[in-house]
Design a protein around this ligand. Structure first.
Ligand SMILES: NC(=O)c1ccc[n+]([C@@H]2O[C@H](COP(=O)([O-])OP(=O)(O)OC[C@H]3O[C@@H](n4cnc5c(N)ncnc54)[C@H](OP(=O)(O)O)[C@@H]3O)[C@@H](O)[C@H]2O)c1
Length: 485
């Protein structure tokens, strides 16, 4: 079955940096279905040839010069077409429809519409596709890919879902969170459900707490005006951090299918206690990096959090009493996304004179990016006299074990969309429940009566109050930058 990927936002950053290099790499590796075409639409007037030339240059850069092969590109570029058009002009969809019919001919084709454009265009694009009968499936499957943000709170997420559902069935909608395309995230499911040694200890009896961190070294840069309305909670927590939490905490589905996997993930969200406004202060900590208020587009008195830590409780048999700490920030010590499973201390402290080694239970560290791997931290005896202990680790690194290039997250995800597999995409109810959990934090942090925000210097792991907050709960953050091999 031929495929057509229709990209709205053809001249934009996401298209040139991620989407087209990913599709090109799929072709280079022989994974792209035969007869896959790309049709791009944006307002900039370009011919097919001009768009191909632009994409050739960006694909060389972003797919990697060493992976760029001129012969493959020629074959790939033959399937690239450009249709100038404005999402807000109805007649431009009529032209797009005609152009697609010319390109696809009389046969059937699976068509994927990719919204690689600003969120304010999602609604007009979906409505226009509906008006022009372009979601209708008599000539092949029709799917739509939506980039985050999926709304900015529960109310807007519901509006977006209602808009999507007015034209597409939920089974046609693919809400993309590129974290779920990472090998290491999918491997977390394999680690848990294809091995027998981890699952017996994966619960409240053995696990003290879980930490999930998405730390960025970068500042907000040119995104200041947008970022100040979003803050770290909307930017990172509703999507990436909760996705990682769901994969860490979910039960094993009976089958590995998109509906069964997503049902188990949603059950985790269902079990999370939604906090009342007056509970947020104790269950969270926020900060802002020094210099943020001088970023372009940011008000000089901004109270927006560029760092946040929150504690969630999952009220089910497996996790009752095990706090899940989620943390993210900009301008932090290093770039790392990692999940740390902190195990309980042994019941009897044989080797430390009975004194628990604070914060030094066993740890399983799952590194998502930029390092991709798993480390198990455990105590060993330091050689020599006496019983001195030291933490050492067993280390699995994806890049060392699998010398082949790890695919960029967009590659498997795009292939999944073409094949109709939605396992790694967010479902409507999942998105709405995520906002239900995050909204109370957003509201409480934005309350003018909230205390002034704590500051931190760029290069730190958030404000000093973040460490004090953890220490008050008898724990400490695991602040280690990954060593990349
Ligand atoms: N960039 C990334 O790495 C990245 C990563 C994750 C998610 N995202 C998400 O992806 C989406 C796109 O981001 P981006 O960084 O690619 O934005 P961008 O560089 O600003 O691109 C926006 C695209 O939309 C087109 N556009 C604007 N107004 C239009 C209209 N009225 N009709 C048709 N096309 C129009 C622009 O082209 P013309 O001006 O030629 O019309 C351009 O191609 C956003 O939702 C963002 O949150 C981006």
């Amino acid at each position: 079955m031929p495929h057509t990927i229709v990209i709205f936002g053809a001249s934009g950053d996401l298209t040139s940096r991620k989407l087209v290099p990913a599709i090109y790499n799929l072709m280079r590796c022989g994974k792209l279905p035969a007869e896959t075409r790309i049709v791009g639409m944006s307002r900039t007037p370009l011919s097919d040839e001009q768009w191909r030339a632009m994409l050739e240059e960006s694909t060389r850069t972003f797919a990697g010069e060493s992976r760029f092969d001129a012969e493959t590109w020629v074959a790939f570029a033959a399937g690239i077409h450009y249709q100038p058009g404005d999402i807000e002009v109805d007649a431009d969809f009529a032209s797009l429809k005609t152009r697609l019919a010319e390109i696809e001919g009389s046969g059937t084709a699976t068509r994927v519409y990719y919204l690689a454009t600003a969120p304010r265009f999602y609604k007009p694009a979906v409505e226009a596709l509906g008006r022009h009968g372009m979601a209708e499936e008599s000539r092949g499957a029709r799917r739509i890919v939506v980039e985050k943000p999926f709304g900015t709170d529960l109310a807007t997420a519901k509006q977006l879902n209602a808009c999507l559902h007015s034209v597409f069935h939920e089974s046609q909608v693919f809400r993309i969170d590129h974290y779920l395309g990472k090998e290491s995230v999918q491997n977390l499911m394999v680690l848990r459900f294809a091995n027998t040694i981890f699952e017996p200890v994966w619960d409240r009896r053995y696990i003290d707490h879980v930490q999930i961190t998405v730390a960025e070294e970068v500042a907000v840069g040119r995104r200041g005006a947008y970022y100040d309305t979003a803050g770290v909670l909307r930017d990172m927590f509703q999507n990436h951090l909760l996705q990682l939490l769901m994969v860490t905490a979910m039960e094993a589905p009976a089958k590995y299918r998109s509906d069964t996997v997503r049902n188990e993930k949603v059950k985790v969200l269902d079990a999370i206690r939604v906090l009342a406004a007056d509970e947020v202060a104790e269950a969270s900590i926020r900060g802002q990096y020094v210099g943020y208020r001088h970023e372009p587009g940011v008000p000089t008195d901004s109270q927006t959090a560029t760092f946040g830590g929150i504690r969630l409780e999952i009220n089910n048999w497996r996790w009752q009493g095990v706090p899940f700490y989620l943390r993210s920030g900009k301008q932090m010590s290093c770039r790392t996304t990692q999940i740390v499973i902190g195990f309980r201390q042994p019941p009897l402290q044989l080797f430390s004179g009975g004194i628990p080694v604070h914060g030094e239970g066993n740890r399983l560290v799952i590194q998502i990016q930029p390092a991709e791997g798993i480390q198990l931290h455990f105590h060993t005896k330091v050689p020599g006299a006496g019983m001195r202990l030291r933490m050492t680790d067993l280390d699995f690194s994806y890049s060392e074990q699998f010398r082949d290039r790890l695919p960029e997250a967009y590659e498997p995800l795009l292939l999944d969309v073409m094949q109709g597999d939605a396992s790694l995409f967010a479902r409507a109810d999942e998105v709405e429940k995520s906002w239900q959990i995050i909204d109370p934090f957003v509201d409480a942090w934005r309350d003018p009566a909230a205390p002034r925000i704590d500051l931190y210097e760029p290069g730190e792991w958030g404000p000093a109050s973040s460490n004090r907050w953890m220490e008050a709960q008898g724990r400490s953050w695991f602040d280690i930058c990954p060593v990349l091999s």
